[in-house]
Design a protein around this ligand. Structure first.
Ligand code: UDP
Length: 268
């Protein structure tokens, strides 16, 4: 029996050491999700034998690390025990996400569901980069733009126990932003730097988290850049929220309470 086992071990080692060599061009980078169980471990064997670069993602809940052990020393194999997913995939620029609405819908619905499914399987926590857009226009209806992704997350929390974090991100800008991003900060700065008119959509009285109206913001950029650009008014953008400024009241109240607490405790 001992001999038989030795032979089996030998043939096993030989089998998995004859990995096909693939050139960089033909070698695919492949992700296998799900448990390191029965089917996925055999699929991984096939893909590895064919010479691809394989990453396996698992929480080892049902699967067994042992099913993949014969690959762990190979440099084109990676085993990931996934803890957290940051789902930041959607575009934030209105001209970009309205350019191909089907793609935007797919991204916010199907891709979010897929990621939630992955989070559930892997027992990982999912972070969703949501948007201040969900607040919509305070004067109007609650904005439906992108709210669906949040609802999917909350439903998965409730029904499947997936751990989720949601951040509603306001207007972002800074280094590494695309030149053609087409949102207000990059547009105004580029226009001012090139001596072109700063294009304000609508009256410019709408506000954003920059804590200014858009018209004041255009004037500020012109001043900071000492640009001779004029300000031009175009027609209002579609569904453009008129008021979207964070309120600092809560923060002010918090610090006021903190100060009060400090003052009161000094007397004790
Ligand atoms: N806006 C503008 N000129 C531009 C780009 C944007 O006046 O070239 C206005 C736009 O109508 C909106 C605000 O600036 O009221 C912020 O728009 P942005 O596209 O940057 O982001 P949003 O906050 O609407 O997602």
């Amino acid at each position: 029996v001992r001999e038989k086992i030795r032979d089996l071990k030998k043939s096993f080692t030989q089998k998995y050491s004859s990995v096909k060599f693939l050139s960089e061009k033909d070698r695919k980078i492949i992700l296998v999700t799900g448990d390191t169980g029965f089917v996925s471990s055999h699929l991984t064997d096939k893909l590895m034998m064919d010479g691809h670069k394989v990453t396996v993602m698992d929480n080892f809940f049902k699967g067994r690390k042992r099913n993949m052990e014969h690959w762990t020393s190979q440099e084109n194999f990676e085993l990931i025990n996934l803890d957290q997913i940051y789902h930041l995939v959607s575009s934030a620029s209105p001209p970009n996400y309205t350019y191909n609405p089907i793609k935007t819908l797919k991204t916010n619905t199907m891709r979010t569901l897929n990621m939630l499914g992955l989070a559930e399987r892997a027992g990982a926590r999912l972070f969703l980069a949501s948007t201040s857009e969900v607040y919509g226009d305070p004067e109007g209806l609650l904005g439906p733009r992108k709210r669906v992704a949040e609802i999917m997350c909350y439903t998965c929390v409730k029904q499947k126990g997936v751990e989720v974090r949601v951040a509603r991100i306001f207007n972002t800008f800074g280094p590494r932003m695309h030149m053609n991003d087409d949102r207000v900060v990059s547009n105004f700065i580029l226009q001012a730097l090139q001596g072109e008119p700063l294009m304000v959509y609508g009256s410019g009285s709408q506000t954003r988290a920059l804590q200014n109206t858009i018209l004041e913001f255009a004037q500020l950029i012109r001043k900071l850049i000492a640009s001779g650009s004029e300000i031009q008014f175009l027609s209002e953008a579609q569904d453009d929220p008129q008021r979207r400024k964070r309120s600092l009241n809560k923060a002010i109240f918090y610090f006021w309470k903190e100060l009060e607490y400090q003052v009161n405790n000094q007397h004790i």
